[in-house]
Ligand binder design. Structure first.
Ligand SMILES: C[S@@+](CC[C@H](N)C(=O)[O-])C[C@H]1O[C@@H](n2cnc3c(N)ncnc32)[C@H](O)[C@@H]1O
Length: 343
């Protein structure tokens, strides 16, 4: 078999993938999509509005056109750049469906930290702020209410579609109460409550998060259905409920703490109750869910001993805690709901 039958394009596409990633993240970081808003601007107008040197104007904006993150009417100096339908909806800060919080964080923090992946692999240690003697992202962010709101919004952007699908696909009909552990801005509670009128919710998170969750619950007019409770799930018991949900939560912790959280869920549930983990659960053979595997490397970079896991891992830890029956519900993209039932 000669080399002429082999195609190196997959290798080269992945090798250069950070170019396109960094072009998009830089555009978000410069607030290009927000500044452009509803306007159609020439390269010179947009370049000046963003304070950019003329050398990069056409390369940067046309790369965004070719990558389908901008549209352009006309060519050359007469060409006018405008947002695509998607960037107008999701990357313009004035849009209610803005999801740029996560790309902003990827640009400001993780892009640089990932440069130290080899060090993380050799030492097993985090390569985030803590490595440079700084505070962890959590300490930093949790000390500042505005930054905290933004950070939690960024997390929500990742999960909204999953929570919506969980509301559709999981059989909530035989249950009445739900505790969402690490509920952040109570997004899961708000979305599932909107779909299932018979359920009531406790969104449990750290005390600093509670007022932010309460504001979102009030804005949704759901004060009667969702209660935000402040506490520490390593010190306190989880509020009792028929269903305990954990969105992107178990992957934040090492094995010992994962098992503590699973045991707390078990203790909070009645017979027949369900624990639901909503994450990028990795396929059992660890061959296919590339995003879940990369997320786990991201947890190494961010936190060190935290890691993502397979459905088989989840079932083994839950069996050890006393759960007897399991289910896997595919959600958006590479995410799924891993469900464990109490006897
Ligand atoms: C990665 S976020 C996930 C948020 C949300 N469940 C989701 O799926 O997007 C983890 C959440 O756990 C909360 N958390 C961290 N440590 C906690 C603790 N000791 N007790 C209660 N909540 C905690 C954080 O404040 C944060 O809202």
């Amino acid at each position: 078999m000669g080399n002429q039958q082999l195609d190196p394009s997959h290798i080269m596409q992945t090798a250069t993938a950070f170019w396109s990633s960094k072009v998009l993240l830089t555009a978000v970081g410069l607030e290009l999509f927000t500044i452009l808003g509803e306007q159609k601007l020439s390269a010179a107008q947009l370049g000046k509005a963003l304070n950019l040197h003329p050398r990069g104007w056409y390369d940067f904006f046309d790369a965004l056109v070719a990558l389908k993150f901008l549209d352009r009417e006309g060519d050359g100096p007469e060409g006018r750049y405008k947002n695509t339908v998607e960037t107008a909806a999701f990357l313009n800060k004035r849009s209610p469906s803005y999801i740029g919080g996560l790309p902003e964080m990827l640009n400001a923090r993780l892009f640089g930290f990932w440069n130290d992946l080899a060090t993380a692999l050799k030492t097993g240690e985090a390569q985030s702020e803590t490595k440079r003697g700084g505070k962890s992202i959590f300490e930093e962010v949790y000390a500042d209410a505005a930054a905290l709101g933004q950070f939690l919004d960024a997390m929500s952007g990742l999960q909204a579609a999953n929570f919506q699908m969980l509301a559709e696909k999981f059989d909530f009909s035989r249950y009445r109460t739900v505790t969402d552990a690490g509920g952040a801005l109570a997004l899961l509670s708000r979305l599932v409550a909107a779909r299932h009128a018979h359920l009531s919710f406790t969104s449990f998170d750290l005390p600093t998060v509670r007022p932010l969750a309460e504001r979102r619950i009030r804005e949704a007019g759901m004060e009667g259905r969702i209660t935000a409770v402040g506490g520490d799930f390593f010190r306190d018991q989880l509020p009792k409920a028929d269903v305990v949900t954990m969105g992107n939560l178990l992957h934040d912790w090492n094995l010992e703490k994962k098992k503590i959280l699973i045991a707390k869920a078990y203790a909070a549930l009645p017979s027949g109750g369900a624990l639901i983990a909503i994450e990028n659960v990795i396929d059992d053979a660890r061959r296919e869910n590339a995003f879940g595997l990369l997320m786990s490397l991201n947890m190494l970079i961010e936190l060190g001993d935290a890691f993502d896991y397979t459905g088989a891992d989840f079932r083994a830890w839950c069996t050890e805690a006393g759960f007897v029956r399991f289910e896997n519900i595919p959600l958006a993209g590479s995410s799924s709901a891993a469900v464990a039932y109490r006897r």
